[in-house]
Write a protein of this length. Sequence first.
Length: 123
Amino acid sequence: MNLNDKDLIKNLEKWKKNYITSMKALSRSKNTIELYSRVITFFIDYIYELDEDISMKDIKQMYFINFLSYVDNLAIEKKTIKNKETLSKSTKEAYIKVIRNFFTYISDNNNDDYSYERFFRKF
Protein backbone atom coordinates (compact mmCIF):
# COMPACT_ATOMS: atom_id res chain seq x y z
CA MET A 1 0.00 0.00 0.00
CA ASN A 2 1.08 3.55 -0.63
CA LEU A 3 1.56 6.25 1.98
CA ASN A 4 0.60 9.18 -0.22
CA ASP A 5 -3.18 8.78 -0.15
CA LYS A 6 -4.92 12.11 0.32
CA ASP A 7 -7.14 11.07 3.22
CA LEU A 8 -4.91 10.36 6.24
CA ILE A 9 -7.70 8.95 8.42
CA LYS A 10 -8.86 6.60 5.69
CA ASN A 11 -5.25 5.55 5.11
CA LEU A 12 -4.69 4.82 8.83
CA GLU A 13 -7.94 2.84 8.94
CA LYS A 14 -6.79 0.69 5.99
CA TRP A 15 -3.45 0.02 7.68
CA LYS A 16 -5.23 -0.83 10.94
CA LYS A 17 -7.52 -3.30 9.18
CA ASN A 18 -4.56 -4.99 7.47
CA TYR A 19 -2.54 -5.05 10.69
CA ILE A 20 -5.34 -6.57 12.76
CA THR A 21 -5.95 -9.14 10.00
CA SER A 22 -2.27 -10.10 10.11
CA MET A 23 -2.39 -10.43 13.91
CA LYS A 24 -5.34 -12.81 13.60
CA ALA A 25 -3.50 -14.81 10.93
CA LEU A 26 -0.55 -15.10 13.32
CA SER A 27 -2.91 -16.41 16.04
CA ARG A 28 -2.35 -13.54 18.48
CA SER A 29 -4.58 -13.76 21.55
CA LYS A 30 -8.02 -12.19 21.57
CA ASN A 31 -6.99 -9.81 24.38
CA THR A 32 -3.89 -8.69 22.48
CA ILE A 33 -5.91 -8.01 19.33
CA GLU A 34 -8.53 -6.08 21.31
CA LEU A 35 -5.85 -3.97 23.03
CA TYR A 36 -4.08 -3.21 19.76
CA SER A 37 -7.34 -2.35 18.02
CA ARG A 38 -8.41 -0.04 20.86
CA VAL A 39 -5.07 1.80 21.09
CA ILE A 40 -4.78 2.22 17.32
CA THR A 41 -8.33 3.59 17.28
CA PHE A 42 -7.33 6.07 20.01
CA PHE A 43 -4.39 7.13 17.84
CA ILE A 44 -6.60 7.58 14.77
CA ASP A 45 -9.07 9.61 16.86
CA TYR A 46 -6.18 11.76 18.10
CA ILE A 47 -5.03 12.44 14.53
CA TYR A 48 -8.61 13.24 13.51
CA GLU A 49 -9.03 15.72 16.35
CA LEU A 50 -5.83 17.51 15.37
CA ASP A 51 -7.64 18.57 12.20
CA GLU A 52 -4.34 19.23 10.44
CA ASP A 53 -3.64 18.75 6.77
CA ILE A 54 -0.95 16.09 7.11
CA SER A 55 -0.04 12.93 5.24
CA MET A 56 1.36 9.63 6.45
CA LYS A 57 4.89 10.87 5.80
CA ASP A 58 4.25 13.97 7.92
CA ILE A 59 3.74 11.89 11.05
CA LYS A 60 6.84 12.43 13.18
CA GLN A 61 7.94 11.77 16.75
CA MET A 62 6.02 14.75 18.18
CA TYR A 63 2.74 13.14 17.13
CA PHE A 64 3.57 9.99 19.09
CA ILE A 65 4.61 11.95 22.17
CA ASN A 66 1.55 14.20 22.01
CA PHE A 67 -0.61 11.11 21.65
CA LEU A 68 0.32 10.24 25.26
CA SER A 69 -1.05 13.60 26.42
CA TYR A 70 -4.18 12.95 24.39
CA VAL A 71 -4.83 9.59 26.07
CA ASP A 72 -4.13 11.16 29.49
CA ASN A 73 -6.78 13.79 28.82
CA LEU A 74 -9.16 11.17 27.43
CA ALA A 75 -8.81 9.09 30.61
CA ILE A 76 -9.41 12.16 32.79
CA GLU A 77 -12.50 13.15 30.78
CA LYS A 78 -13.92 9.63 30.96
CA LYS A 79 -12.92 9.41 34.62
CA THR A 80 -11.10 6.12 34.06
CA ILE A 81 -8.30 7.24 36.35
CA LYS A 82 -9.13 8.24 39.89
CA ASN A 83 -7.14 10.71 41.95
CA LYS A 84 -4.34 10.66 39.38
CA GLU A 85 -3.11 13.33 37.06
CA THR A 86 -1.95 10.95 34.33
CA LEU A 87 -2.09 7.35 33.23
CA SER A 88 0.48 5.07 34.79
CA LYS A 89 3.90 4.70 33.24
CA SER A 90 3.20 1.05 32.40
CA THR A 91 -0.03 1.98 30.58
CA LYS A 92 1.79 4.61 28.55
CA GLU A 93 4.57 2.13 27.77
CA ALA A 94 1.96 -0.38 26.57
CA TYR A 95 0.34 2.26 24.34
CA ILE A 96 3.69 3.25 22.85
CA LYS A 97 4.53 -0.42 22.25
CA VAL A 98 1.27 -0.85 20.33
CA ILE A 99 1.83 2.29 18.25
CA ARG A 100 5.50 1.37 17.65
CA ASN A 101 4.51 -2.12 16.47
CA PHE A 102 1.74 -0.71 14.26
CA PHE A 103 4.10 1.77 12.60
CA THR A 104 6.81 -0.88 12.27
CA TYR A 105 4.25 -2.96 10.38
CA ILE A 106 3.55 0.05 8.14
CA SER A 107 7.30 0.59 7.66
CA ASP A 108 7.78 -3.04 6.66
CA ASN A 109 4.86 -3.15 4.23
CA ASN A 110 4.49 0.21 2.48
CA ASN A 111 5.37 0.55 -1.20
CA ASP A 112 7.36 3.74 -0.59
CA ASP A 113 10.05 2.11 1.61
CA TYR A 114 9.35 4.78 4.21
CA SER A 115 10.32 3.94 7.81
CA TYR A 116 8.94 5.29 11.08
CA GLU A 117 11.32 3.34 13.29
CA ARG A 118 13.71 6.26 13.85
CA PHE A 119 10.92 8.17 15.62
CA PHE A 120 10.75 5.57 18.39
CA ARG A 121 14.45 5.41 19.28
CA LYS A 122 14.20 7.87 22.18
CA PHE A 123 11.21 6.33 23.92
